[in-house]
Design a protein around this ligand. Structure first.
Ligand code: GLS
Length: 834
């Protein structure tokens, strides 16, 4: 290990060799020149013979070239200033399409549009060629993407570290209403945004055993003798700030077989075995685990985690720090943010590097390590807190397990000193769990090592302190803090909703996109008839845009003039898509049974978007049920023109950018105390949808900011949920006592939605009736009553639009720029570069 030799071997004499790299001219002419050059020299085709894919790839390279000078300059400037860098360690980055964002960051949109038109090409068509990099599951991965966007825009040095999955989140299709997963081949048609650096590969070891030995100074030391290894190849991606000249780096690692590993077997003549070895190594970065908020106790998952973390720590020390840097001062130059527990194995890895490789004493190493890490927890579900069995960890990373044991011994000694003789407490707090098997609680390890531990919304951080880690917050109250999540307004307002953005700029002038609290200046416009009319026209136009998209993308017809009611997020029981479904079936049942004339329904289209983890049976059954209800409702003459259910497959960032700006109503209906924050909720409010939601996650803060009158609150709050749980929850009692709920469930049980098969949805319905862990039945009446209030308000379009404008004006707080400011102040203790 050590520093690579970089740069020329003798002093360069050509004047260009030391000049900063040039940038193509910022003009239509300059752009066309660069584009055709890329098409000819990179794609090797003439314009007249180029495919749409050729044109897209050439366009991407062209835009990339405009960012290049800034990228190189950013890196030079950061090194020279020896600035502190944020090392964001995340197993997921749900980036979404890159081209639009790069055009925005370089202010090239108009130029590109005109230039391409002069070439007979259409920018929108080319933008639609891009397959989004879906290297994340949901909110957690998208949050990482928003954060690195904000840091670049705020001129903060950051390297995002993660995994370059060959296959990202699966592509969802429906067959007979059931989810079918297809592989996401996002790299198949070329990957113009990445820069591989195989020469900078890092070796990562696994397995084997440890040995004690005495070094030259007579010190007792430990040596790890691993049994196999792989190479990590870095791929760099640009992370451009918005119009500020900064371009940070996202560095994703791809696994490759090491030559030695390979050749040895190959030379022994076993070609098949050599190929198998390669496959084995490359499997590590093959595919994203399609789990969200649930643990995946797979060995490969742990391999992935250690793989990218080991590469990333080595990369920073060897390639970003100057030669001879004293690692005792490492915390002056980097602060690692652990995005959930996935990268927490970085803690023992840094200890190992410092002790075994750099010769630090244990105490010296701990002093450095405990200053380098902070930990963000993203969940409250107990089953989502990772615990790795010591059997597995010891087999895969024997030295790391030893280090974890010693960290635990040292930690428990501290607990015992603070609470002498409190054996129960020491056992509760141990990093090592003993039941159901001996394992390492990664959240505890992270909490012990971290300088700061944060939750992702005010309520979540409070519950984290009081319910998930109460002993730890008692021991170290100052370690705990909150940073409420945010979303980048560049992608989720400007790119997704250009018409709203123009309207805002017309009203309050430019500058709000990097200072989103300025949206407050829109408040007076909520009473301006002209502005209200324009605002409503923007919403209508966004609905038309969505209608056109869903027609071509999914062959779905969205009716005109409906209340557009949208629930998009991962399919999970705690998020309660089933509650939304019960509402739909309840409306339909009332019309069908004659309790309600169809004319009494507010015309409404409900749009779902949701992927279920492939192994999550209940979630997949719920998708099936939603699709079956949709088929029936959409073809029922009784509710024609009044109720429609649309479920476009494969919800992803690209679809979100079209769906959210069109929505009237945002469904945020998780059981209180379950959704750590949510970030979709923020995107909807910022785009002028009203929320129907529980008192959960960041909904709480959204409601406080927009005001009760402009938010539809329903259901139990967290204390009520806890109380009901303690009392004993019996969902069947709600079925028995609520005739409308009973009629609703009975209609499903009758086989009405399943071609007469009464058992098709037993799993979903009986789960609700007999278990209902997330108390959907308890909140049913409150939910349908509140939906009636929604309809009342919607009937007064003027009042609705006013509320929608106030939602936009009052939610500037949810910019991820503000989240990053909070992290800088409360956790990272650093500031933008000047
Ligand atoms: C999540 C939470 O479930 C979301 O509530 C949260 O908004 C997100 C980002 O903090 O993190 N945790 C998780 O495992 N997946 C998520 O989306």
């Amino acid at each position: 290990s050590g520093h690579r030799t970089l740069g020329p071997t003798s002093t360069p004499t050509h004047p260009l060799a030391t000049a900063p790299v040039g940038m193509p001219a910022h003009s239509v002419d300059g752009f066309v020149r660069e584009f055709l050059h890329e098409l000819n020299t990179n794609q090797g085709v003439a314009l007249s013979r180029s495919s749409a894919n050729d044109q897209y790839l050439a366009l991407a390279s062209t835009v990339r070239n405009y960012l290049m000078a800034r990228w190189l300059e950013t890196s030079r400037r950061t090194r020279e200033a020896k600035a502190k860098t944020i090392g964001y360690l995340s197993a997921e980055y749900l980036l979404g399409r890159q081209l639009g964002n790069a055009l925005l960051a370089t202010d090239l949109n108009e130029i590109a549009e005109k230039g391409l038109a002069l070439c007979g090409l259409d920018l929108v068509t080319l933008r639609n060629q891009e397959v989004e990099p879906g290297l994340g599951n949901g909110g957690l991965g998208r949050l990482a993407a928003c954060f690195i966007d904000s840091l670049a825009t705020m001129d903060v040095p950051c390297i995002g570290y993660g995994i370059r999955y060959e296959y990202g989140i699966f592509r969802q299709t429906f067959v007979d209403g059931r989810q079918v997963e297809e592989t996401d081949t996002w790299l198949a048609l070329g990957s113009p945004w990445e820069f591989p650096h195989p020469e900078a590969s890092v070796q990562v070891d696994f397995g084997g055993h440890t040995e004690r030995y005495v070094d030259a100074d007579g010190e007792e030391r430990t040596r790890w003798v691993p049994s196999w290894n792989v190479l990590g190849v870095p791929y760099n991606y640009m992370v451009p700030g918005y119009l500020n000249g900064r371009v940070n780096t996202l560095r994703l690692w791809s696994a490759q077989a090491t030559k030695a590993f390979d050749l040895q077997i190959f030379n022994a003549g076993d070609y098949a075995q050599a190929v198998r070895a390669q496959t084995f190594a490359e499997n590590i970065s093959k595919v994203l685990y399609p789990e969200d908020s649930t643990p995946q106790g797979k060995e490969l998952r742990l391999q992935q985690q250690y793989f990218f973390v080991a590469c990333s720590l080595r990369d920073f020390i060897d390639n970003e720090l100057e030669e001879g840097f004293d690692l005792h001062n490492l915390a002056d130059r980097i602060t690692y943010q652990l995005n959930d527990t996935h990268p927490v194995i970085a803690v023992p890895e840094l200890m190992r590097l410092l002790i075994d490789v750099r010769g630090f004493s244990w105490d010296e190493a701990w002093e450095v390590t405990s200053k380098c890490f902070n930990y963000t927890c993203h969940t409250l579900l107990p089953e989502a807190l990772e615990v790795w069995s010591t059997e597995l960890l010891g087999r895969l990373l024997p030295r790391h397990l030893e280090i974890v044991y010693r960290i635990n011994d040292q930690f428990l000694a501290e607990v015992d000193k603070t609470f002498p003789g409190d054996g129960l407490r020491t056992r509760r707090m141990s990093i090592i769990s003993e039941y159901p098997e001996r394992g390492v609680r990664m959240a505890y390890l992270a909490t012990v090592a971290a300088g700061k531990v944060n939750g992702v919304a005010a309520l979540h951080s409070q519950l984290l302190r009081d319910k998930v880690l109460p002993d730890f917050s008692e021991l170290w109250p100052d370690k705990f803090t909150n940073v409420t999540n945010g979303v980048t307004p560049r992608r989720f307002v400007k790119l997704a909703n250009p018409k709203l953005s123009d309207l805002i700029t017309d009203a309050i002038g430019p500058g709000w996109l990097t200072n989103l609290e300025r949206l407050k200046e829109l408040e007076p416009y909520a009473d301006d008839p002209e502005f209200k009319a324009s605002f409503a026209a923007v919403k209508a136009s966004n609905k038309q845009r969505l209608t056109a998209l869903l027609k071509t993308r999914d062959d779905i017809d969205l009716p005109d003039g409906h209340l557009l009611d949208v629930m998009v997020k991962r399919l999970h029981e705690y998020k309660r898509q089933s509650l939304k479904l019960l509402h739909i079936v309840s409306l339909y049942e009332q019309v069908l049974s004659g309790k309600l004339p169809a004319s009494a329904l507010t015309p409404r289209t409900v749009v779902f978007g949701a992927k279920a983890a492939p192994g999550y049976r209940m979630a997949k059954d719920t998708i099936h049920l939603i699709n079956k209800v949709a088929m029936k409702v959409n073809s029922a003459p009784e509710v024609e023109g009044r109720l429609k259910v649309a479920f476009p497959a494969n919800y992803n960032v690209t679809l979100a950018e079209k769906l959210i700006p069109a929505a009237d109503l945002s469904e945020q209906i998780s059981l209180a105390g379950m959704e750590a924050s949510g970030t979709g909720n923020m995107k909807f409010a910022l785009n002028g949808a009203l929320t129907i939601g529980t008192d959960d996650g960041a909904n709480v803060e959204i409601r406080q900011l927009v005001g009760d009158k402009h938010f539809f609150l329903f259901g139990m709050d967290e204390p009520a949920v806890t109380e009901l749980g303690a009392k004993g929850y019996h969902p069947g009692a709600y079925y028995e006592s609520n005739p409308q709920l009973r009629a609703t469930l009975d209609l499903i049980l009758s086989g009405h939605f399943s071609d007469g098969d009464p058992h098709a949805f037993d799993s979903v319905v009986f789960n609700l009736l007999h278990q209902d862990r997330f108390m959907a039945l308890a909140d049913f009446q409150s939910y349908v009553d509140t939906q009636a209030l929604v309809e009342q308000r919607y009937a007064d379009q003027d009042a609705w639009t006013r509320s929608a404008i106030l939602n936009v004006a009052r939610t500037g707080y949810f910019s991820s720029d503000r989240s990053m400011r909070d992290y800088l102040q409360r956790i990272w203790h650093t500031s933008p570069m000047l």
